[in-house]
Design a protein around this ligand. Structure first.
Ligand code: IMP
Length: 178
């Protein structure tokens, strides 16, 4: 097991690049199967989902579009409970099959606030793909249609996820050491 230091904290290897790749491809297979005669619009939530969104999108063999939106509900290792939209959606969602791509669902507050904004635009359907989910910390009723991994309630970095701006570049996911 390898460890990394990000700012003042030590993290240990948790999910290898091969394990992540396997689950991303499995999720892509599920989406390919469910949307084979459709042209879904993926909305990737920046910053954290950029690696997952990229690998997932490359593994799709259907007609599909992608756009990006920026929201924030996190600073440091504790949720601020503050959700901000800083890059708006510039594509019409009306009658579209929308799939939101998130890096991690923690308390669920971010999506609890964001998904109604999508539904307001009357998409034909709305589904959620998330690489990670911490079921123990969920406080809002969020259903994940396409999930990579359920993980324990410990802070993680890597593969797009950060701790105060650092750690996104690793191809593995690391977990905060006890
Ligand atoms: P939620 O609103 O509590 O579900 O938080 C979702 C957002 O918080 C994610 O999109 C991440 O940006 C961030 N987040 C939650 N848990 C972690 C973590 O363990 N590592 C890095 N970011 C996290």
């Amino acid at each position: 097991m390898s460890t990394i230091t990000v700012h003042d904290k030590t993290f240990s290897t948790f999910l290898s690049a091969a394990e992540i790749n396997k689950q991303v491809n499995r999720v892509a297979d599920e989406i390919n199967r469910d949307y084979q005669d459709k042209c879904p619009l993926f909305i990737a939530i920046l910053n954290g989902s950029f690696m997952f969104a990229s690998d997932l999108f490359k593994a799709l063999n259907i007609n599909a579009q992608i756009c990006f939106i920026k929201l924030a509900s996190y600073q440091g290792v504790k949720s601020t409970g503050h959700v901000v939209t800083s890059i708006g959606l510039d594509v019409s969602l009306k009658d579209r099959d929308v799939v939101v791509i998130e890096d991690i669902v923690d308390t669920g507050k971010t999506l609890h606030e964001f998904l109604p904004q999508i539904l307001d635009q009357h998409p034909a359907s709305l589904k959620l793909a998330s690489l990670l989910h911490k079921p123990e910390s969920l406080k809002y009723p969020i259903h994940i249609d396409y999930l990579g991994f359920s993980i324990p309630n410990k802070f993680v970095v890597g593969y797009g996820l950060d701790y105060d701006g650092l750690g996104r570049n690793f191809k593995e996911i690391f977990q905060l050491s006890a």
